[in-house]
Design a protein around this ligand. Structure first.
Ligand code: UTP
Length: 420
């Protein structure tokens, strides 16, 4: 904040009284401690509807280690509206010492962070100019499945972590008044409904990760937006079947046990070497959680992409997480790990030994729903075929085509083998 004029000081005094009034309903130990709260700056960007619209920043901040949440990033938020509730616990200062970690397990999980700033090299060459998240699965981009899954699980605020070249993700979820007016005037109701589907989804926001320093670093970019609330992280490469209730169950576990929750996929030892491998203890299913026995674990140890001999169990961590805000604090403490990147696994592994009173504890929910790895060419094709086969209009004809195509290909191969 710049030095204030006398007039500003008077106004500030009045504002502070108002601020105390707003904070009164919250328990005193949950209020902001110490300084670091840029009140004048927030007032300036407060909109008439009572929400805060932070100023648009677009200046590169040099990388100075993860202790600085803006390290290596462009702090750039668009369309950012923050409810007063979340705002009350937020500090504009980077240091975690100005915040009280809010670990109350009853606090609803409203935010989902979607890291999408990776290069998508497995999908080259198309990813040179098209974000892989925008590749269609049947008739809509794969990122829309993620947004629907989040909305169905009760999330009402999504933050995409992006980089240059990923602007089409933001555009996809944005309004297009010109198009909507045209379709409305022409009475094309079905098309109008399609162009307005974004209205049924959670509110979208984005923040830039200027340098792709790793998934841990990407998640840390969400700190200012999420504040001291629990939140989900959804990796867009992991496309869950639209009927999946995995995220909802994970949120229920967070409410029942506190701490953080990750998704656990059953894999072979060979497959486990490509994931984070875990050592787990099965837990009794707590009240309020509708999981089967054996589908809830306490995680005792986790290692990122271990060699075969160090794989600890059949359970590997995949791209759905529900984190206590304590993860941000842990992410500021990690060093670059595998591949020189700041690994998210190194951050949440630290939650295992963290005091539960301070947001520690790590649990796992076993994935029983169908999942596709759309960051990989084969997984992407499988998702398209499986979901198109379920589509009442496309399914029957596609099935016919697949049977006939398989027959033709098989005939060709047989002929080759038999030397015909
Ligand atoms: P991956 O490393 O698996 O995906 O990151 P990638 O980099 O996009 O693709 P490949 O491996 O080169 O083909 C997992 C997720 O984390 C995001 C990616 O966008 C992806 O959704 N990510 C990764 C970031 O947002 N920032 C990073 O620095 C790294």
């Amino acid at each position: 904040c710049r030095p204030r004029t006398q007039e500003q000081e008077v106004k500030r005094g009045q504002n502070r009284q108002g601020f105390q009034k707003y904070l009164a309903p919250f328990p005193s130990d949950k209020k902001l401690q110490g300084g670091g709260y840029c009140w004048d700056s927030l007032q300036k960007h407060r909109a008439l509807d009572g929400n805060v619209r932070p100023k648009r920043h677009a200046h590169p901040v040099p990388h100075r280690g993860l202790g600085n949440p803006n390290a290596g990033s462009y702090a750039h938020e668009f369309q950012c509206e923050v409810s007063f509730y979340a705002w009350s616990f937020r500090s504009h200062a980077p240091s975690s010492t100005t915040l009280v970690t809010m670990t109350d397990r009853n606090v609803p999980v409203r935010h989902a962070v979607v890291p999408a700033a990776g290069r998508g090299t497995r999908f080259l060459p198309i990813t040179k100019s098209v974000p892989k998240e925008m590749l269609p699965v049947v008739d809509r981009p794969s990122i829309e499945y993620i947004a629907r899954e989040a909305t169905d699980a009760g999330i009402d605020d999504m933050l995409f972590v992006t980089r240059t070249g990923k602007e089409s993700i933001e555009a996809y979820f944005d309004a297009d008044p010109g198009l909507e007016n045209e379709l409305e005037k022409a009475g094309k109701d079905e098309l109008l409904a399609l162009s307005r589907e974004y209205l049924k989804l959670a509110r979208m926001h984005s923040v830039r990760q200027g340098h792709p320093l790793g998934l841990g670093h990407a998640v840390l970019q969400a700190r200012q937006h999420v504040g001291n609330a629990p939140f989900a992280v959804m990796l867009p490469d992991d496309l869950m079947h639209p009927n999946s209730t995995l995220l909802k169950h994970m949120i229920d576990v967070r409410h029942a046990l506190g701490g953080s929750v990750v998704a656990l996929l059953r894999v072979t030892p060979e497959q486990a070497t490509a994931y984070a491998s875990t050592s787990v203890t099965p837990l009794e299913i707590p009240e309020g959680v509708s999981l089967k026995d054996g589908d809830l674990m306490r995680i005792d140890r986790v290692v990122e992409k271990p060699p075969l001999e160090e794989v600890m169990s059949e359970y590997a961590v995949v791209g759905r997480y529900v984190f206590d805000p304590a993860i941000f604090d842990e992410l500021t403490k990690i060093e670059p790990g595998r591949g020189g990147e700041y690994q998210l696994t190194d951050g949440f592994a630290r939650l295992i030994d963290r005091d539960p009173e301070d947001g520690g504890g790590l649990y796992g929910v076993v994935v029983n729903d169908r999942r596709f790895d759309t960051g990989d060419k084969l997984g992407y094709l499988e998702a398209n075929i499986a979901l198109a086969l379920e589509d009442p209009k496309l399914g029957p004809k596609l099935a016919e085509f697949l049977v006939s195509e398989a027959g033709t290909q098989l005939k060709g191969r047989l002929a080759k083998v038999l030397g015909l």
